[in-house]
Design a protein around this ligand. Structure first.
Ligand SMILES: Cc1cc2nc3c(=O)[nH]c(=O)nc-3n(C[C@H](O)[C@H](O)[C@H](O)COP(=O)(O)O)c2cc1C
Length: 407
């Protein structure tokens, strides 16, 4: 038991998975661990659990540490089943326990494991919980790496339990980073790029919150507990998630009555607000193609907009779209948008043109695959003149582009 002690009365009670683990369209060649922690205080508390496949095993092993009925709190920092998967088996035995999580976390757990009748404590950013001998402080860390996520800080021990954040995928029973047989920095960085980097603006928000804490140990949910130089790992996240400035956007649009121009203005405003230099061009029939070509070459994100007129595009935008497949647009983002009345074919045709080039076409599928967000709409389609709600949606979509640009 003592070799699992990570701080006073705080034990690692996780599971070492030394298979080649399938995970997020990858195979984790070095396996992984699912780190759960038991805080043996007056109100015994579990922080996160293990993968759903090992839930029963987890509960059995936990009996060596505590009579399960005595557990008072189960903190779920992150709902994904590789961390919350032991919850159904655990809560079945720990009958009086309260599940401590964010509002969205509670909603998702109830649905996922049919826990509607269980006790929940909803956490807001900065809330604390006295577990009798230790104080836990919670911070919401949305999108690290899914929307409901939070992290837990044990105040007296100076231990941060950040779940997926600061993890590494390595199966190890050595527990601490200073006992690792080789330097883990590369594995740590690979994990960051795969799981956290798509959400880097949120990484910066998280760092701002934890910089104020005095942290001796970082106890994440995969891989080693970082007791040797924890600050080094925070600095690495900081460095890797810093915005890359000096990006340009170009908005090319064709319009009949100005509605698509209005959408363009909202996109431009939002991009400028986020520090991205943006140019708007109304593409008429007599467009100077060479001029547009040069502008495309020097832009990092290009928005192509048109309203729909008799199921087709308007103005000169098609002339621009036709030259794209002869250009190298490999590192650029392409976004289709436009106003329409009832069917909006123009936006779809723009999308078809972009698909025929090597530009990174930002559609809903691309956004889900790169960020995990399923509530952001691409292409940007607005019925007639954009109203307040449309403007908000346009701005939310634009912010996603900004996040992609500042990588
Ligand atoms: C002559 C004409 C034809 C139109 N045809 C279509 C159409 O086929 N499908 C559609 O969704 N909207 C159609 N619309 C609606 C426009 O796309 C809509 O009014 C849009 O807001 C115009 O945007 P704009 O001001 O940027 O041109 C048509 C409008 C006009 C005036």
């Amino acid at each position: 038991m003592n070799d699992k002690l990570i701080a006073k009365n705080s034990y690692w009670v996780g599971y070492v998975d030394d298979r080649k683990v399938p995970f997020h369209r990858l195979t984790l060649e070095k396996g992984t661990t699912y780190n759960s922690y038991f805080l043996d205080t007056e109100k015994p508390t579990i922080i996160d659990t293990v993968d759903i496949s090992f839930g029963r095993n987890f509960v059995e092993e936990l009996k060596d540490y505590i009579e399960l009925e005595k557990i008072q709190y189960i903190v779920i920092n992150h709902v994904e089943p590789d961390h919350s998967g032991g919850l159904p088996a655990l809560i079945n035995k720990a009958k009086q326990a309260t599940i401590v999580t964010t509002e969205l976390g509670a909603e998702e757990l109830k649905e996922m494991y049919k826990l509607h009748h269980k006790k929940f404590m909803i956490i807001k950013d900065g809330d604390t919980l006295d577990i009798g001998g230790k104080t836990l402080k919670f911070f919401e860390t949305p999108f690290l790496h899914t929307e409901e996520t939070m992290i837990t800080y044990s105040v007296e021990d100076k231990v941060l339990y950040p779940c997926d954040i600061f993890s590494t995928h390595i199966a190890t029973d050595k527990l601490f980073n200073d006992l690792a047989p080789e330097d883990i920095t590369e594995d740590f960085k690979v994990y960051y790029s795969l799981i956290m980097h798509p959400h880097r603006p949120y990484v910066q928000d998280m760092i701002e919150k934890i910089r104020k804490l005095d942290i001796d140990i970082i106890a994440p949910s995969h891989g080693y507990v970082l007791r040797d130089k924890p600050k080094k790992y925070i600095d690495l996240y900081d460095e890797m998630s810093k915005p890359n400035k000096d990006k340009n956007a170009l908005i090319l649009f064709s319009t009949m009555t100005g509605n698509t121009k209005r959408i363009s203005k909202h996109i431009a405003e939002e991009l400028e607000l986020q520090g991205i230099k943006t140019e708007m061009m109304n593409i008429k029939e007599n467009v100077d193609i060479d001029d547009v070509k040069e502008k495309i070459k020097s832009s990092d994100a290009i928005f192509f907009g048109s309203s729909t007129r008799y199921a087709d595009m308007v103005g000169g935008i098609e002339k621009v779209l036709k030259i794209l497949k002869y250009m190298n647009l490999e590192e650029k983002l392409g976004i289709a948008f436009g106003s329409y009345g009832w069917s909006g074919e123009a936006v779809e045709v723009i999308k078809d043109y972009l698909q025929d080039t090597n530009i990174k076409l930002v559609d809903s599928s691309y956004v889900i695959k790169t960020t995990g967000m399923d509530n952001i709409k691409f292409p940007i389609r607005v019925k007639f003149n954009p109203d307040k709600e449309n403007i908000e949606e346009v701005k939310a979509s634009t912010r996603v582009i900004k996040d992609m640009l500042v990588s």
